[in-house]
Design a protein around this ligand. Structure first.
Ligand code: S3P
Length: 453
């Protein structure tokens, strides 16, 4: 066992280039689910005894959460692929000795803000240039209602100072957006409050927090995920005991080899152990509608989450309409869906994408710009992205500015796998936030991704 001591640092910008791939084949496992990994570490820090986590994502975002939990007094150790957290119980976290640096990770920042709201000390939080641009008012507003005090830069931007309250007021909060980060921040503060905390959202966002709370023994009541508004109620101040957690592979990371297999003719691949929580599978539904072969095999359950092996077969893709109602179930997958749309015959219209403007970069603008540079007809109308494909390989041949956004980098490397000319990205180091080993895994399937000279 080794203690987790230092914050991770990426190796700095390194450009990469993706050239035409051969037909993809093989069976691979993508890294662990980012959302579930954050939650396993945080619940482990709030539980008494050992939480042994198998399959934790070792991407930089999750390591930031692990380091933050250690800074708050939990013991976090790593032995190979197994992480163990010895928590301090609800209300037991300690004042951190330094600023908590959450790097690129919006999920860490928002969930940990919810935790810190419930502790009577002052802590400080910052992040990289991308995270310091992202809106935090969406969590500052509800968390202030618990009695916690926040000081931020203009517009609710990091760095942030948080002075928590010893007894958080149990809230009934109606979130104006379907956001799992907002919901989870309020529920994590509510875990420390005397009584019931209720959050409603206009439609259900991913429910990993609710599932993991239930798995750890918290009293959670949720309305059905198809009911609108979607409502979750928890009872605060439970006694949590450490539990073993197995993290499924991340469907948002699976999206990249999945779309690659859809656009490179003759491909057939299997991605094992993928989380298929219905609030995360919008991309698979959409690719099926576009004409790709997607089959869930060997369906099972792990630590309260549904899992399957997913077989993907290339097919002639056609443009489709992706309704706004599907956005929460595939919010991180639109950049790579837009790549699939660039190879499809006809127009793909993706509605309801306002939230994409406040991700690691403005992804609506980034996709429109990058696709246009690759010779694809792409435009933005309000919150809608419209991509018109010609049913054949687009030109490619551009270098894309990644702007600290891992998913923009991976999306354009996937585009290069099927385009007529190779595609480069100026900073592939961002990929390590969510998908360590991306290029090796893709090359093992048939891609030709290399460092750019
Ligand atoms: C996440 C929620 C989503 C998603 C992010 C992870 C989470 O963000 O985009 O990558 O783990 O709760 P929002 O809550 O802002 O939609």
């Amino acid at each position: 066992m080794t203690a987790l001591s230092t914050a991770p640092h990426s190796a700095g910008p390194a450009s990469a280039r993706s050239s035409r791939a051969r037909a993809l084949s093989g069976t691979v496992t993508v890294p662990g689910d980012k959302s579930i990994s954050h939650r396993a570490l945080i619940l482990g820090a709030l539980a008494v005894g050992e939480t042994r986590i198998t399959g934790l994502l070792t991407g930089e975002d999750v390591l930031r959460t692990a380091t933050a939990m250690a800074a708050l007094g939990a013991k976090v150790e790593r032995a190979g692929d197994i992480f163990s957290v010895w928590g301090r119980g609800i209300g037991g976290l300690a004042e951190p000795g330094d600023v908590i640096d959450l790097g690129n990770s919006g999920t860490s920042a928002r969930l940990i803000a919810g935790l810190l709201a419930a502790y009577p000390f002052t802590s400080f939080m910052t992040g990289d240039a991308s995270l310091r641009r992202r809106p935090m008012a969406r969590v500052i507003e509800p968390l202030s209602l618990t009695g916690a005090k926040f000081a931020s830069r203009a517009g609710g931007r990091l760095p942030l100072a948080i002075t928590g309250t010893p007894v958080p007021v149990p809230l009934t909060y109606a979130s104006p957006i379907a956001s799992a980060q907002v919901k989870s921040a309020v529920l994590l503060a509510g875990l420390h409050a005397p009584g019931a905390t209720t959050v409603t959202e206009p439609s259900a966002s991913r429910d990993h927090t609710e599932r993991m709370f239930t798995y750890f023994g918290v009293d959670v009541q949720s309305t059905g995920t198809s009911e609108k508004p979607y409502k979750t109620r928890i009872l605060g101040q439970p006694e949590l005991r450490g539990k073993p957690v197995t993290v499924p592979a991340d469907p948002s990371s699976a999206a990249f080899p999945a779309v690659a297999a859809c656009i490179v003719p003759g491909s057939k691949i299997t991605l094992t152990n993928i989380g298929i929580n219905p609030l995360r599978t919008g991309l698979f539904t959409t690719l099926q509608e576009m004409g790709a072969g997607i089959v869930f095999k060997n369906q099972r359950d792990e630590a309260g989450e549904p899992v399957a092996d997913v077989e993907i077969t290339a097919g002639a893709l056609k443009g489709v309409h992706v309704p706004a109602s599907r956005a929460p179930s595939m919010i991180d997958e639109y950049p790579v869906l837009a790549v699939a749309a660039a190879f499809a015959e006809g127009e793909t219209r993706m509605d309801g994408l306002a939230e994409l403007k406040v991700k690691e970069s403005d992804r609506l603008a980034a996709m429109q710009r990058g696709l246009t540079a690759c010779g694809v007809d792409a435009r933005v109308e309000g919150d809608t992205l419209i991509v018109r494909g010609a049913g054949k390989a687009p030109k490619g041949g551009a270098t894309i500015a990644v702007e600290l956004d891992h998913r923009i980098a991976m999306s354009f490397l996937v585009l290069g796998m099927g385009a007529a000319e190779s595609v480069a990205v100026d900073d592939a180091s961002a990929i390590a936030t969510s998908f360590p080993g991306f290029a090796d895994l893709m090359n093992g399937l048939g891609a030709a991704i290399s460092a750019d000279a």
